[in-house]
Structures are given as C-alpha cells and as structure tokens.
Design a protein around this ligand. Structure first.
Ligand code: ARG
Length: 588
C-alpha cells in the first residue's frame, strides 16, 4: 500500500501545481503541533520567495483548491503561511480497512529482493558470552528480521572468533596440563578421539588462566604464539583440538542464543577463511596492492579526501601469521564466491569503526568486493551501568550474559508471581518472555550508535517506554478479544467505521504509520524506529481504551468495529515485536 503521507503529499502537490506553483512546494509532514492539526505543509513559505508573493496568499489559494477535497476534514491557511491539515474520518477509515484486509498490514515487499549477509553475534570461542556480545546479537537479529520481512533473502552469520592467539593459548595450557594427550604426539598418524578432552566449564576456565599467564610470562606467550602459528599452518593434532574446542563451545553458544531468541543461518568462523588466505594474499601481491613495510605485508587504504589518518591495512605479520584483518578479508572472499550478496552488514562495537573502514577499502581496492555490493558498518555503543561506566557485576567483574539474563528472569518472576494470577510453571515461562522484552526493548529503543544505561528498574517496569509495557498492552488486547469471542456475536459486514472520537482517530492515525515506520527501520538499519512506532501506537491504544466502553457498547456494528480496530492494532504490535525479536505471553 502506498504510504499515507505520500498519498496526502500527492494531493497537496497537485493543488500547488493547479495554482501555478512548482510541485516541490507540496511537501507534507506529520504535524509538529498535533494540538492544531495532523499534517502540515510549509511549502507556501518557501514558494513566497520564488513567486514574490506573501506566503499567506499562496497558502490561501492552495487551501481554497483543497476545500472540496474528500480526503480532508479541514485544510487551513495559517499565518505566516502554514497549511494545517486534518484528514477526513472516512478517508482514514478506508485506509485502515485496507490495512486490516492485507496480510502484511499495508507493507509491500521490496520490488527487487536482495541477498543480504549480516555478520553479527561475533562471540569468541572458549570465552563465555558477556554483556558486550549482547548488543550485537540483539541488534543484528532485529535488522535481519526486518530485512526478511520486507522481502529480502537475509543470511545471518555468527562469525565466530576462532582463529587468533586465544586458540594457541588454550592449546598451550592444555599441553601443559595433559601432555600425554595424543594431540600432542607429533608422530601420531591415526584418527583422533571423537570425545573432547575437556568440558565447557573446563574450557571456560582454561582460557582466562592461559591468558593471564601469557601476560606475565613471556616464554609462555611465545609458546602460545608458536602454537597459533602451527595450528594455522597445518598441525594435525592442533587442528583436531580446534575441532573439539569449536564443538563444545558452539553447543554452549547455541543454547545461550536460543534463550535470547537469536539464531543464525550460518555458523562460520574466522577459521573458515583460512583456505582462502594464501590465494588472496598472492593475488594482492601480484596485482601490486600489497607490499612489505617494516617486515609486514600491508595494503594502503588512505584516500585523498581523508580528513584523518587512515593507516594501511595489515595483511600478514612479519612472521607470516594472519591477523583479524586477514580473516575478515578472506571471509569476504568466500561470502562473495558462495553467496554473491548485494550487501554485507556488520553489526559490531563502534570502536571497531576505523578497522572496518580499512577492511572495506582494502576489499574494494583489491577487487574482493565489486562496486555493486554494499558494505555497511552498523556500529553500536556501549551498554553502561547506572554509574555510566561499562556494565559490570556487583563485584566489578565482567558480567556473563547468562547471569544477566537469569537475574532479569528472576526479577520478572517475582513481579509476576506477586499478581498471583497463574501457577508456578506458567509464571516461569511468562517471566522469561517478559524479561526478554525488557532486555531487548531496553537496548533496541536507543539508536544503536549511542551508549546507553542498562537500568534494570526502568527496563523491567510495566509502565513507560519499556518492553513489558508493550507486552502488557498486547495482553490487555488479548483479554478483550477473548471476552468478545465468548459473547459469540455474529456481525455481518464487519468493517472499521469512521472514527467517532478524538482518541479513536488518534489510534487510527498511528496505525497508518506502520509501513513507513518499517521502511524507515529497514532503510536505515534502525530498529529503534520500530520501537518509537509501537510506543506511540501502544499509547494511542491505551488512551482509546480508557475513553471507550468496548465491551459495554450496545450497537453491535460499532462494537464489532472497535474489535476490528483492536485486532489490527494487536497485529501491528505483534508483527513489530517479532521484528524486534521477542513475543507476548497470553497473560501477565
Ligand atoms: N569476535 C569479535 C569481537 O569479539 C567480533 C567479530 C565481529 N565481526 C567481524 N567480522 N569482525 O570483538
């Protein structure tokens, strides 16, 4: 369906043109004075200069042209030259009915679906997920869902960190503890055991221990670097160990992501880029892009228009070891080869922005990524605690994601059980759903690039701009719909009738913004636009609900119309929260 704003704009533009003015003056926006009008056009003010007339004279002319227009309840020319517009209730009801007849509530699919790859999550193998990984998972999942909803083929890739020094560290520590393991026997040529030589908890303990040791003990670090090099250059035993580390870790990660309602189409990692590295490097050298600088192999990526220094992109270290860069570039090699994406989106901490500028430029310059493929960096800010510093545990340590999620679950459970409306099992399940909405909405309602404060009290509140408030609104609708269904009324010709009150009209006006809100969120990779939309929509609904006797309405047609309006609002909210990555319970 055409967006309502553009229907109105076309109408107003036609009036400007009919009065002899250029069409560019007919732009319309949502009113910033909702007390005066619903939409406004300020074009007369701009046209005044070109046509050397008083703005109010132009506004009055256009206003007279629009006077008979059935689309509007009123159009007023106000000094110094505004056009204040109110929609006709009939026109609005027609639009809303059309939405309600459409499965997609008026949001068209894109005409030319794209293949979009989205790199998000980015957990590091053998390290527990911490809150730093939360944002990438939440924002990336939402961007992915939005991209799919508008009709694209979107492929999410978790891009595991499974290739750096951390692997060498784990191997080194393991070798120290269990030197008898067959993986460390260089003469062994048989098959390696299927069972991993460690559990997830051991693995999670081994890594920090090894990492700590390497900071104090230069020889230990040296050994870990050697192990990393050997792993990357074909040591069979180490590669078998990597396989085990991956399996154990991925099983655990999947469980964690599942709890967040986050899933990935691809579970590729940095290590999957390995087979592409040597050809890529050779080509960069042969094409004359890569050269040796201070022992390392680099590609220049600075451009004449740069206002700040963009250092060269380092491809190989002086010892020939690959880096984070190398795997990201080689990952683009297989992404292009296997998927030919029109776009690759990276949802990563904004502190990596410069790094991605280098990678993107290098990938373009060396021809890994063709000009027609977009590369987009969606950098997110830090999740802070109430003290404005990065979110920590009470003891000041790094907060594990699992701990955070279970603390919020617990808090929600206590709130829900207080209401005493359901049994323990349902309360647990409901608490999980509501808690997830608190976490995700709390995050997504902020523009991704901004830092934000994770305020548990505020995010878990059932009032205000929160996930639980949105869910509460949906639950309220479900309960009304159940009551109505129980009446068993058969109403013929069910239609949403033109609004009979201010609050009903406001609700309809909010509903009509559905397609433009989703388009905006899609085009700008900005889920916060969907949050803003549903917050306004939920408020408009609750206001309508308080002003209107729905169940006590005696006129069946009117009541059926309210119910349809409510169904549509519920569907809009449910569609949107699904795009944000959470869902509503039956009760709460
Ligand atoms: N593993 C990285 C980290 O924890 C994030 C990976 C981001 N994605 C990428 N393609 N580099 O910082």
């Amino acid at each position: 369906m055409k967006e309502i704003l553009s229907i109105i704009k076309d109408e107003v533009t036609a009036a400007f043109v009919a009065c002899g003015y250029e069409e560019k003056y007919g732009y319309v926006s949502i009113s910033n004075r909702p007390d005066l009008c619903e939409y406004q056009c300020n074009g007369a003010m701009a046209a005044a200069k070109q046509y050397k007339k008083a703005p109010i004279a132009i506004a009055t002319e256009v206003c007279e042209k629009l006077a008979e227009d059935k689309m509007f309840a009123s159009v007023e020319a106000c000094p110094p030259g505004f056009l204040n517009i109110k929609l006709a209730e009939d026109f609005l009801a027609t639009y809303v009915n059309e939405m309600s007849e459409d499965d997609r509530l008026g949001m068209d699919q894109v005409e030319n679906p794209k293949t979009i790859m989205i790199d998000y999550g980015g957990p590091n193998v053998a390290k527990p997920l911490h809150v730093g990984h939360l944002r990438s998972a939440i924002i990336g999942e939402s961007i992915k869902r939005i991209g799919k909803f508008v009709g694209n083929n979107v492929i999410g890739d978790v891009h595991l960190g499974d290739w750096g020094l951390q692997m060498g560290l784990i191997i080194t520590e393991l070798r120290l503890r269990k030197p008898e393991l067959v993986y460390f026997d260089g003469t062994y040529t048989g098959e390696y055991p299927k069972e991993p030589p460690f559990t997830i908890s051991e693995l999670e303990e081994i890594y920090p221990t090894a990492s700590g040791k390497s900071k104090e003990d230069a020889a230990y670090k040296e050994e870990a670097m050697n192990a990393t090099y050997e792993l990357q250059h074909g040591n069979r035993g180490y590669q078998a160990l990597l396989g085990h580390i991956l399996n154990v870790s991925v099983t655990d990660l999947k469980k964690n992501y599942e709890n967040l309602n986050v899933s990935f189409e691809l579970w590729k990692g940095e290590s999957d880029a390995q087979p592409y590295i040597s050809d890529m490097v050779e080509k960069m050298k042969a094409d004359g892009y890569a050269y040796i600088s201070e022992g390392a192999l680099v590609v220049d990526v600075k451009e004449d228009t740069d206002t700040k220094e963009i250092p060269p992109c380092m491809i190989l270290k002086s010892d020939g070891a690959s880096l984070y860069n190398t795997t990201d570039l080689a990952t683009l090699v297989w992404r292009m080869k296997d998927y030919h994406p029109n776009k690759v989106i990276y949802v990563v901490d904004k502190r990596q922005e410069l790094y991605f500028t280098q990678v993107f430029r290098c990938a373009r310059k060396t021809g890994i990524v063709p000009p027609e493929t977009d590369l987009e960096f969606v950098g997110f800010g830090t999740m802070n605690g109430k003290d404005g510093k990065p979110f920590k545990t009470r003891e000041g340590g790094v907060m594990r994601l699992e701990t955070l999620v279970s603390e919020i679950n617990e808090k929600m459970y206590e709130k829900i059980i207080e209401n005493d409306t359901m049994d323990e099992e349902e309360a647990r399940k409901t608490a999980k759903m509501v808690a997830l909405s608190a976490i995700k909405y709390g995050d997504l309602s902020n523009q991704a690039s901004k830092d934000y404060i994770f305020d548990v009290e505020r995010f878990t509140s059932f009032e205000g701009n929160t996930g639980p408030y949105i869910l509460y609104t949906i639950v309220r609708m479900k309960s009304i719909l159940n009551k109505y269904a129980a009446l068993g009324k058969q109403v013929e010709n069910k239609k949403i009738l033109p609004a009979a009150s201010e609050s009903e009209k406001s609700l309809m006006l909010e509903l009509t913004k559905f397609n433009s809100a989703i388009r905006g969120a899609y085009e700008e990779s900005a889920p916060h636009k969907i949050c803003a939309y549903i917050y306004d929509l939920a408020n408009a609904f609750n206001h309508f609900y308080h002003e209107t006797k729905i169940m006590a309405e005696e006129d069946d047609k009117k009541q059926a119309s309210y119910i349809m309006l409510l169904e549509l609002t519920k569907k809009a909210l449910e569609t949107c929260i699904d795009l944000l990555g959470f869902e509503a319970p039956e009760r709460m």
